[in-house]
Design a protein around this ligand. Structure first.
Ligand code: FES
Ligand SMILES: [Fe+2]
Length: 393
């Protein structure tokens, strides 16, 4: 792997003034410089941070293999035997729930000859199982309690040396898993700091919503979107683009310019956008947008919510998965549900024009120089600090 700190990772840009821009610095030095800027002087990340395979490899190692990642809602795997497939930047996992109600995050790589035990070509993303049987040569793994991932059976292996000790040691590796406010988060690093203390402030901000009890009523997903994962995260973390990208859809209802941004620190952010036409007296109603770095955003309305998680599938591709939530006691009609799904598709269609257009710009040659950030893009400025904390040596 090429070290992103080496000069091979950058392109020199000479401005018309003849001044060499900071983009002439190696990428890590640029990130360090950006993370030291006040918001008023905020700039975009350098384009190479969205295109470089070596930079992506560093993100894989230092973010996706080490930090907590929000991947599901707990009610998507509510009953014993329920499973949900999730792929984390090259790590195929399955979330399962055992008879005791405990969640597990198991590797889907079979311990025989590396087959995906739940291949997307033949198995649904979600389902229910009592055991996990690899479809290649039918080795079978348990899903119950502390034996989750343990080999239960391997046919015709009695003519080779594959004794009880080796069988007992043969199990699908498990990642850490935790629940927070009804979300399921996983972490591939056994030594990572616990998540909950890092989210104490966000928990307080969301307390009035009782989010843990909200229910998933629909899921929409997009695979292999041709844009770096950070382009999608950044797009979903600001309302500045309502006036452009969503000029005829979101902007008339939730105008980005009236957004009030909270001065958050650390790995989460919140902002509130009041409805353009508030329904009568009382406290302002609108959308609370909450973000959880590195790759999750939640948009909370008084009677529904949409949450999104993005995961990279390569240096310049990602998957996006949207969950529609409703508060306890709410039962949307079939028509309401169809309308909500359609609105997610329309808004994501508009956002995809933006994120793919941005990626084309980032990949243009010679690489563009950095742009300036608006005050409404505070979460992007904060995201750079998160990235610096993870990626700098
Ligand atoms: S690879 Fe899974 S049983 Fe052979
Ligand atoms: Fe958008």
């Amino acid at each position: 792997m090429t070290d992103p700190s080496e000069p091979t990772e950058h392109t020199e840009h000479t401005e018309p003034s003849g001044r060499t821009e900071a983009s002439g610095l190696p990428l890590l030095a640029q990130l360090r410089r950006l993370a030291g800027l006040p918001l008023e002087q905020g700039e975009t990340l350098p384009p190479q941070a969205y295109t470089s395979p070596a930079w992506y490899e560093r993100e894989r190692e230092r973010i996706f293999e080490r930090d907590w990642l929000c991947v599901a809602r707990a009610d998507e795997v509510a009953a014993p035997g329920d499973y949900l497939r999730v792929d984390i930047a090259g790590h195929p996992l399955v979330i399962t729930r055992d008879e005791q109600g405990e969640l597990h995050a198991l590797s889907r790589v079979c311990r025989h000859r590396f087959m995906d035990v739940l291949p997307p070509q033949t198995t649904p993303e979600r389902g229910r199982l009592t055991r996990l049987t690899c479809p290649y040569h039918t080795w079978t793994y348990r899903l119950d309690g502390r034996y989750a991932g343990q080999l239960a059976g391997a046919p015709l292996m009695n003519k080779v040396d594959f004794g009880p000790r080796e069988r007992a040691a043969c199990r699908l590796p498990a990642a850490r898993v935790t629940q927070w406010q009804g979300f399921v988060l996983v972490c591939l690093d056994a030594g990572a700091e616990p998540l909950e203390p890092q989210l104490a402030g966000l928990e307080g901000r969301l307390a009035d919503y009782g989010l843990a009890g909200w229910r998933t009523v629909a899921v929409e997903a997009w695979q292999d979107v041709p844009a770096n994962w950070k382009v999608a995260v950044e797009n979903g973390s600001e309302n500045y683009h309502h006036m452009g990208t969503h000029a005829r859809t979101l902007e008339p209802v939730l105008p980005g310019r009236t957004t009030v941004l909270d001065e958050c620190e650390g790995r989460w952010f919140t902002m509130f956008t009041p409805y353009a036409h508030a329904p009568g007296a009382g406290p302002p109603q609108g959308m609370l947008l909450a973000g959880l770095f590195p790759q999750c955003v939640l948009a909370l309305l008084p009677d529904s919510a949409v949450w999104v998680r993005w995961l990279p599938t390569g240096p310049a591709t990602h998957s996006a998965r949207f969950g529609l939530l409703v508060p306890p006691g709410t039962e949307p009609s079939a028509e309401q549900l169809a309308a909500a799904r359609e609105s997610v598709r329309v808004l994501q269609g508009e956002d995809l024009v933006a994120v793919q257009g941005v990626q084309r710009g980032l990949e243009s040659s010679p690489g563009p120089s950095s742009g300036r950030l608006c005050h409404l893009e505070r979460p992007l400025w904060q995201f750079q600090r998160y990235l610096a904390g993870r990626l700098l040596p």
